[in-house]
Ligand binder design. Structure first.
Ligand code: SF4
Ligand code: SF4
Length: 316
């Protein structure tokens, strides 16, 4: 049985913990103004193009940076669980099933080639970081965004953090893929000023093939969010060959027309910045063959959506 450091057990609201893999300050791509974006770990989707693969597992993980490794083998010696192997290229790989996350390899790796991704933090701890940039939020009409991974996989933590932010007059934005039971999402929405809602593909079979799940719950929830009168921004990752055809963009426009609280559609061009992360996790990158969309193509898609009357932005 695994024995994670910082187990998520809470006996009061101030002790509720979230599993966080990053907190990004001065973010300008996750909602209006200057924001702090809190990235939670755990996601029900497995999008082929995901640029944050370290966000997917709902548990902490050890990642390996091959370019830093000096091959000293200290990690193999100190690991009490024989959870580190060396592959034919000399790369160290953590065997998840054996790893107890004791952290010894991370502490002993002189070269900094091993790192734990994901740690449990209390609402107070995260709030302290958020409050450091309060002046910037006020001057830029910014605030806090919770992203992921998928924030709704940690509803207690996310609700409490948003509630506390709002009590301090900090604007709150939820970045969600929408793959969640409606009652859970509705509970969080009570504390949310803006929803950044991801829609990736309108065809249910393709959606399942590219993300691991159908889009039916996602589209149903999008309609319900709008009916709750919560302002929305629709975010669409544009992945050549996967969802950038006119048919899909037209179907998207037709659907979004029904969502009366949508202020804007953001088209997010596919990029390959996440590729190295797959290697660090010991996983293969499945979109080797896909190139980022050219600017002209992005502008063409933007014009299609604008012709349906939407405000459209390229980028977040
Ligand atoms: S301890 Fe660090 S540098 Fe040494 S072999 Fe292990 S990962 Fe590489
Ligand atoms: S954290 Fe490192 S040392 Fe500890 S069990 Fe996992 S691989 Fe071994």
């Amino acid at each position: 049985m695994r024995s994670y450091r910082g187990l998520n057990t809470a006996s009061s609201e101030s002790e509720i913990r979230g599993l966080i893999f990053d907190i990004k300050k001065f973010s300008v791509h996750d909602g209006p103004g200057i924001r702090t974006t809190v990235f939670v770990k755990g996601c029900p989707l497995r999008c082929l193009w995901c640029d944050n693969p370290e966000s997917q597992s709902p548990e902490p993980e050890i990642v390996f940076w091959k370019e830093r490794c000096i091959g000293c083998n200290i990690c193999l010696e100190v690991c009490p669980s024989e959870a580190i192997s060396v592959d034919s290229h000399g790369f160290r790989k953590v065997i998840k099933e054996r790893c107890t996350l004791c952290g010894r390899c991370v502490e002993e790796c002189y070269a900094g080639a091993l790192k734990q991704v994901g740690r449990y933090m209390t609402v107070d701890e995260v709030l302290d970081t958020i409050e450091q940039d309060r002046n910037f939020y006020e001057r830029s009409n910014g605030g806090v965004t919770i992203s992921g991974g998928e924030p709704t996989t940690q509803p207690e933590f996310v609700s409490e953090l948003f509630k506390r932010c709002r009590a301090k007059q900090i604007h709150t934005a939820l970045d969600t893929c929408g793959q969640v039971e409606w009652d859970v999402l509705r509970g969080i929405l009570r504390h949310v000023d803006l929803v950044l809602y991801d829609i990736k593909q309108m065809d249910p079979a393709k959606h399942r093939r590219f993300t691991g799940v159908s889009n039916s719950l996602i589209l149903e929830n999008a309609k319900k969010v709008a009916l709750e009168q919560v302002p929305m921004v629709i975010r669409v990752p544009v992945v050549p060959g996967y969802n950038d055809d006119k048919e899909n963009i037209d179907a998207l426009a037709k659907f979004v027309c029904k969502l009366k609280t949508v202020k804007e559609i953001d088209l997010l061009p596919y990029h390959r910045f996440g590729k190295a992360k797959y290697e660090r996790l010991g996983r293969g990158y499945r979109l080797q063959h896909v190139k980022p969309p050219v600017e002209e193509h992005m502008l063409r898609l933007k014009r299609i959506l604008e012709s349906h009357g939407f405000n459209v932005k390229i980028g977040g």
